[in-house]
Design a protein around this ligand. Structure first.
Ligand code: HEC
Ligand code: HEC
Ligand code: HEC
Ligand code: HEC
Ligand code: HEC
Length: 328
């Protein structure tokens, strides 16, 4: 850890020690301030962290663009290198280490598809969460950001005076890499940290996907047939790009329904098959209920971990998500 960072971190410790004793607001991560209700604005995917009274603590580590959607989407000048909706983020064009364990059906598996690369652009720990192509306001567009996590460009946000961000030149647009280091969010968000910040190391995805559920994997085309332990998707969209398990019989791929993405190789499992990054009402749309834990499209049976705040999550049967695809 650099000298400079130790000073900054020690300074923050005095401020953050007052966090101890704050009431828990969340069900499945007792340290979270995110209420996980209504919209993405009140979840951890709001990187302005405006839902937390301590949001400004983050300003020395990532640009505060003051807009929730802009960390991922832009109305114009979106990333042309990835087939994701109006994608404003830098994409990792390097190769991932893919799932290599024994598989019953041995379905073909490849590199993550677009509907995983979006998530991995933050969660693999190689790209700063504030690494975007189009910053809010005029003059904030830079196409090299499609594939480059350029720290000097990210510094122009704070020097332009449009909002808060790290002091320029210190490589302080941190990343979600697993090992705590001065360039990692885990400098604070690791077990037993002095800042009482939630621990993010446990679920750090990284670029080695061997310990994660296979993604970029073809769904068995003979699902539903005898001896094949998979359910057959109920519907396919008219353009053929998505197969899905319709829960309410409206023949549309609703956000609370598990889907498979076809980007040219047939229907595949990707991160967004199981997760919706905007959050899903556990009681169905329009119900005002708490979101399913972990941005899951279908609650996998997480009801109560014994801490205050879980009330309000409507539970499906245990393993409901897994059993949507797997017939076990
Ligand atoms: C110097 C320590 C420090 C560093 C480095 C740091 N954070 Fe934080 N973070 C905090 C503190 C303290 C909080 C306030 C706790 C809270 O709101 O739950 C916080 C809160 C958050 C929250 C809201 C958590 C919640 O559920 O309430 C998110 C999201 C977050 N940080 C993301 C990041 C990201 C992404 C990075 C790296 C770009 C990062 N943090 C780097 C200290 C840090
Ligand atoms: C943390 C990243 C992130 C943020 C922040 C975010 N989105 Fe998204 N959004 C995504 C991803 C990823 C997809 C593509 C999901 C997929 O692969 O199907 C998406 C898809 C969409 C879609 C296409 C339909 C759908 O639901 O798949 C719309 C519309 C959308 N987002 C709107 C918004 C708006 C409006 C905001 C701000 C209020 C926002 N998003 C914030 C990541 C984000
Ligand atoms: C702009 C950066 C960014 C993008 C893009 C992004 N995430 Fe996140 N996500 C975060 C941060 C920061 C956190 C909080 C730290 C953590 O849990 O790793 C988080 C948290 C999560 C959590 C834990 C939620 C909780 O309440 O505990 C899940 C699950 C998740 N993300 C899944 C996804 C998936 C799936 C995608 C793609 C569809 C995605 N994320 C895209 C930044 C991002
Ligand atoms: C087959 C379904 C499935 C796929 C595909 C999948 N996930 Fe998950 N993911 C889950 C489930 C279920 C959990 C909750 C695990 C738990 O709480 O024990 C989870 C948890 C997470 C978490 C941590 C949540 C937390 O509460 O801290 C993150 C981050 C995450 N997933 C991101 C991703 C990313 C990124 C991808 C693609 C590389 C992905 N997931 C692919 C099902 C899936
Ligand atoms: C979107 C559909 C889908 C969902 C949801 C899903 N899986 Fe899978 N899963 C697959 C596919 C496809 C394979 C690859 C099968 C193969 O090649 O044999 C797979 C493979 C696996 C494997 C590797 C072993 C094997 O026999 O292939 C395990 C273990 C597994 N899934 C567990 C889970 C669990 C646990 C959940 C719930 C958290 C889950 N899956 C949710 C589609 C899914």
């Amino acid at each position: 850890m650099s000298h400079k960072n130790i000073i900054v971190l020690a300074g923050l410790s005095a401020i953050t020690s007052t966090f101890l004793g704050v009431a828990f607001a969340d069900g499945w991560d007792p340290k979270s301030q995110a209420p996980n209700i209504e919209s993405i604005v009140k979840t951890r995917h709001n990187l302005t962290v405006s839902y937390s009274p301590y949001g400004t603590e983050m300003n020395a580590y990532r640009n505060d663009y003051r807009e929730v959607c802009v960390y991922c989407h832009t109305p114009h000048g979106a990333n042309s290198k990835v087939a994701a909706p109006l994608w404003n983020r830098t994409i990792n064009t390097n190769q991932y280490t893919i799932f290599d364990k024994a598989r019953t059906l041995n379905q073909p598996i490849g590199q993550p598809g677009p509907n995983s690369l979006t998530c991995l652009s933050c969660h693999d720990g190689t790209i700063s969460p504030d690494s975007i192509i189009n910053m809010p306001g005029s003059g904030g567009y830079n196409p090299i950001m499609e594939t480059s996590n350029d720290q000097a460009w990210l510094d122009t946000w704070v020097t332009s005076g449009k909002g808060a961000g790290p002091a320029p030149g210190l490589n302080r647009h941190l990343k979600l890499d697993k090992v705590p280091s001065p360039t990692s969010c885990m400098a604070c968000h690791s077990p037993g940290n002095a800042f009482n910040a939630p621990d993010y190391t446990v679920f750090s995805i990284q670029t080695d996907l061997r310990d994660d559920h296979p993604i970029g994997i073809l769904f068995p085309q003979n699902a539903g047939e005898p001896g094949v332990d998979f359910n057959k998707p109920t519907n396919v969209t008219a353009n053929g790009k998505m197969a899905f398990f319709d829960r309410d019989g409206d023949a549309r791929p609703d956000t609370d329904e598990v889907r498979l993405y076809d980007t040219g190789e047939g229907p595949e499992v990707e991160c967004a098959s199981c997760h919706d990054p905007h959050g899903i009402q556990s009681g169905g749309s329009g119900s005002g209920t708490k979101f399913n834990p972990s941005f899951l499209r279908v609650n996998n049976g997480i009801v109560d971990n014994g801490t205050p705040g879980t009330a309000g999550i409507v539970s499906n049967t245990g393993s409901a998500l897994c059993l949507t695809c797997h017939d076990k």
